[in-house]
Design a protein around this ligand. Structure first.
Ligand code: ADE
Ligand code: ZN
Length: 336
């Protein structure tokens, strides 16, 4: 349809995209076979590609999804595996009209399995170079720390010489905080974020996805983040919403993810129109597209279906996404 081609052609920037969330069921089975990794035998979801796809349609919560997300990524061993994963994503991104992507990755979920940090980053980097030369898509990396693990683990990972080197050579431009949200208030990671701030890294954190608006307040006050990942529960605190709008802090909203993980009953319930009316800046993102059945353009289309944004509103959403990016000022000027 014409609206689909209009949305496809918009210069899209993606800020909330876990590269491990681009791991498709077919690539899980292919890499498991290649690497000799046994998928769980006691869970019939792993009987076939089809049964896994079917199981993904019935997530009951963030943690229910995360269980499958961590099993899935256990098939990634070599740099070539990470390259194949990232390349799969970039092909979707190119087809969807993405011009710039800031990608999350979860190093602790790999180093804990004996995969070295340099394997992860070198594999992703190879795909990033190819995406830039073949598709003109520029990319940045954001190193995420896992909230279901002890805080001391994230501090140790952050201080490791390999992660530090990737910050210093500019291959990684910021940090994030993800995984289980409930009962893991952001202030527990205050020391990690204070250290990152002294290194002039960009700071973001998942907050207000399953967790309450108080976690957004907490993340802003204790971690001094400049973006909020998800942040949709901002809608429950009008005063905080006004201050986020005034400060120009951007939410990286993932509408299909919110519905699939049961944060909201339908796309219509994701507060997109309310954020527009309140002047809250946000970008629209795919989160874990291979698990949630939709890449970034599917998210744009779902939002348009539910809220019928005008062409001017869509252009301003895309402009805000470019302005809220952490790419170079030169690249930003090119995109605007
Ligand atoms: N890791 C991958 N996807 C995530 C999400 N939606 N929330 C928290 N952690 C995640
Ligand atoms: Zn996420």
């Amino acid at each position: 349809s014409s609206i689909h081609s209009f949305l496809q052609a918009l210069p899209k920037v993606e800020h909330h995209m876990h590269i491990e969330g681009a791991l498709s069921p077919s690539l899980i089975f292919k890499l498991a076979a290649k690497n000799g990794i046994e998928l769980p035998k006691d869970d019939s979801a792993f009987s076939s590609v089809e049964s896994l796809v079917e199981r993904y349609k019935h997530f009951t919560s963030l943690d229910d999804f995360l269980h499958y997300y961590y099993i899935g990524m256990s098939v990634l061993l070599s740099a070539g595996d990470f390259e194949a994963l990232a390349w799969d994503y970039f092909q979707h991104a190119a087809a969807d009209g993405v011009v710039h992507a800031e990608l999350f990755y979860d190093p602790q979920a790999h180093t804990s399995r004996g995969v070295s940090y340099s394997t992860i980053v070198s594999g992703i980097s190879a795909a990033r170079k190819r995406a830039e030369s073949e598709f003109g898509i520029t990319t940045e990396l954001i190193c995420c720390f896992l909230r279901h693990l002890p805080v001391s683990d994230s501090l140790m990972a952050f201080d490791s010489s390999e992660i530090q080197a990737s910050f210093k050579d500019g291959s990684v431009i910021g940090i994030g905080l993800d995984s289980t949200e409930l009962d893991k208030p952001p202030h527990l990671w205050k020391e990690l974020y204070a250290k990152a701030a002294t290194q002039e890294l960009n700071l973001t954190a998942h907050a207000g996805e399953e967790g309450p608006a108080e976690y957004i307040t907490d993340a802003l006050a204790s971690l001094h983040i400049s973006r909020i990942d998800h942040g949709v529960h901002l809608i429950d605190d009008p005063e905080l919403m006004a201050s986020v709008a005034k400060e120009g802090i951007m939410l990286t909203v993932c509408p299909i993810s919110n519905v699939v993980l049961k944060c909201f009953p339908s796309i219509k319930d994701v507060p997109i129109r309310k954020f527009l009316d309140a002047g809250v800046r946000f970008s629209i993102n795919s989160d874990d597209p291979a698990y949630f059945g939709g890449y970034i353009l599917d998210n744009y289309c779902a939002v348009d279906d539910a809220f019928q944004l005008s062409a001017e509103e869509w252009k301003s959403v895309c402009r805000a996404a470019i302005e809220g990016s952490w790419c170079s000022e030169e690249r930003k000027a090119e995109l605007l």
